[in-house]
Design a protein around this ligand. Structure first.
Ligand code: SIN
Length: 556
């Protein structure tokens, strides 16, 4: 196991709990609530505020076979087709069979989904689903409602401890290599500010995604791959990093637009909006039996191709035929965000282009959320349970967070009952004496985003990725040179984030360069075909002793 650590001052304070959960989206808060029911102490650490997790940005909804006539088997088939041959079928089966009851338990916690006049939950469609099976809330504010309900439940339990505005740095392990806590930096002015440590019997990562490795993404600014980077430094295996999903319809705000971009939910197409080019041609018709509702990778590629053919910067999503009342009731969030940018979807088509949206890969886990490091769990976007394969089926991610969070809590409860979760002994000060990771300056963030977007975006090739890899290697060398000159960048949040981005970007590009085929959302212009003979398998990435990521193809 490697022992790389972010350069950090000695922890100034220490807290102790049973289970530390990092992240406050659907996955993190579900673990916290269920672990409490098992009688374990729990501490939730979140990078922003409790209600600021990535979950609240989810628009479309949560997929589950809830409709009469729909079955987990049909949901499984749609998930496997979208995943392009590399889903873990047993993980998908777990997701789709446990999903409907997990959604009912979420409703019992307080999440209010949209219902029809008969009181039944309204279900919509999204790309790749052959049935209406997406439950939604507040029209297009599903994540916000789920987040509201879970935050309210967490806040009513005084035994759940919280630390907000905290960036996790590194895993602490005991002499047996079992997770024993974390170091973190709290950006506050309370008793626990600055660098501190939490001792725990188990650690759960639910830190969300890594969309900020790209210049334009639907992810919030906090999605800097902290969980994957921490796990790699701790010696955990990560997988499928090359499978980054680009959402086909992100509001196009101009060629220079950077950072988090407004999403235009796939549910808008699910309700009948059309993708058209500048001449009004519906270019998805005839390309796939589901036309605009083809799986996301197919739609994102078709948009990108059309943009290239027509030398256009974007395509259009036309939902004018919905009329004002439907836009206001069904898609109030999207209507408001378009209008805030000077576009009125009631009277004009919406300019859209693909942008980075979801990491299908992440820290590799089994079906109980266990990573390759004992006592370290992962769930939600930071994890790779195997359910998404090479391309996540729309609205499966909230469900994945929910189902696998419940399974992690159940595993922790079982281990607690059987005495397998003893207190861990860790020497926090000694834990610092590992290989320090050189910190790039905070300005490296924009350069990393530029390099990855240019060479490893929707369309990739060996040449484009070689340029990106060389640029990333130069940034790493510069960071090492600063250390050698005894002028290391300041250890602070911006530089730690830059170090995390640099590590996950380097790992992502290395895996994407190695996978010489086109599959799901990994699109190689130099290897345009899917190659099942060589590549129907995963790339497992770990950190070498030298500090660089190494990807190894799994046995077929
Ligand atoms: C959307 O509403 O289009 C996003 C939902 C998802 O990413 O699953």
């Amino acid at each position: 196991m490697s022992t790389h650590r972010l350069t950090a001052p000695a922890p100034g304070w220490t807290a102790t709990t049973d289970v530390v959960v990092v992240g406050s989206g659907v996955a993190g808060l579900t673990v916290a609530l269920n672990v409490r029911k098992a009688g374990l102490r729990v501490l939730v650490v979140t990078k922003a505020m409790l209600d600021d997790g990535s979950t609240r940005w989810a628009q479309g909804g949560i997929a589950a076979a809830l409709a009469d006539g729909d079955t987990p088997e049909q949901h499984l088939q749609d998930t496997l087709v979208a995943g392009a041959g590399v889903c873990d079928e047993e993980a998908v089966r777990t997701l789709v069979t446990e999903g409907p009851d997990a959604v009912r338990r979420l409703i019992a916690v307080g999440a209010a989904f949209d219902r029809g006049e008969d009181g039944e939950i309204l279900l919509t469609r999204e790309g790749g689903h052959h049935r209406r099976r997406i439950a939604h809330a507040g029209g297009d504010a599903t994540g916000a409602e789920i987040s509201r309900a879970l935050v309210a439940a967490v806040r009513t339990d005084p035994e759940i401890e919280l630390i907000e505005h905290a960036l996790v740095l590194d895993l602490l392990t005991d002499a047996d290599g079992h997770a024993a806590g974390l170091t973190l930096h709290v950006m506050g002015e309370g008793q626990r500010d600055g660098v501190g440590a939490v001792r725990a019997r188990a650690v759960v990562l639910a830190t969300g995604g890594m969309g900020q490795v790209f210049s334009a993404t639907t992810n919030p600014a906090v999605s800097t791959g902290d969980g994957v980077a921490l796990a790699l430094r701790a010696g955990a295996a990560v997988t499928d990093l090359e499978f980054v999903q680009f959402h086909p319809t992100v509001l196009w705000l101009g060629p220079e637009a950077e950072g988090q971009q407004p999403l235009v939910s796939e549910a808008v197409r699910g309700e009948g909006a059309h993708l058209v080019d500048a001449d009004g041609v519906r270019f998805m018709v005839g390309q796939h039996e589901l036309a605009e509702l083809a799986p996301r990778d197919i739609v994102a590629k078709a948009i990108t191709r059309r943009m290239q053919e027509q030398d256009a910067e974007h395509m259009y999503l036309d939902g004018r035929h919905f009329g004002a009342a439907m836009w206001e009731q069904r898609f109030p969030t999207i209507l408001a965000s378009c209008r805030a940018h000077g576009i009125d979807p009631v009277t004009e088509p919406i300019p859209v282009a693909p942008a980075a949206h979801h990491a299908s890969g992440g820290v590799r886990t089994d079906r109980h959320g266990r990573t390759s490091v004992p006592g370290l769990y992962a769930c939600g976007e930071v994890a790779c349970t195997g359910v998404h394969g090479a391309n996540r089926l729309a609205s499966n991610s909230l469900l994945e967070g929910l189902v696998f969070a419940e399974r992690i809590a159940a595993d922790l409860a079982r281990r607690h009952r059987s005495g397998e979760l003893p207190e861990r002994v860790v020497d926090v000060a000694a834990a610092r004496a590992a290989h320090p990771v050189p910190l790039p300056p905070s300005e490296a963030r924009a350069e990393i985003q530029r390099l990855v977007s240019r060479g490893a975006g929707v369309l990739r090739s060996a040449a484009s990725m070689a340029d990106t890899a060389a640029g990333l290697a130069l940034l790493a060398e510069q960071a090492y040179a600063h250390v050698a000159e005894e002028k290391p960048a300041d250890p602070r949040v911006e530089t730690w984030e830059a170090a995390n981005l640099l590590l996950v970007a380097t790992a992502l590009v290395a895996a994407a360069a190695q996978r010489e085929e086109t599959r799901g959302c990994h699109w190689r212009e130099d290897f345009p075909e899917r190659d099942d003979a060589h590549w129907r398998r995963h790339l497992i990435t770990t950190l070498a002793a030298t500090g660089g990521p190494v990807s190894t193809p799994e046995e077929q």
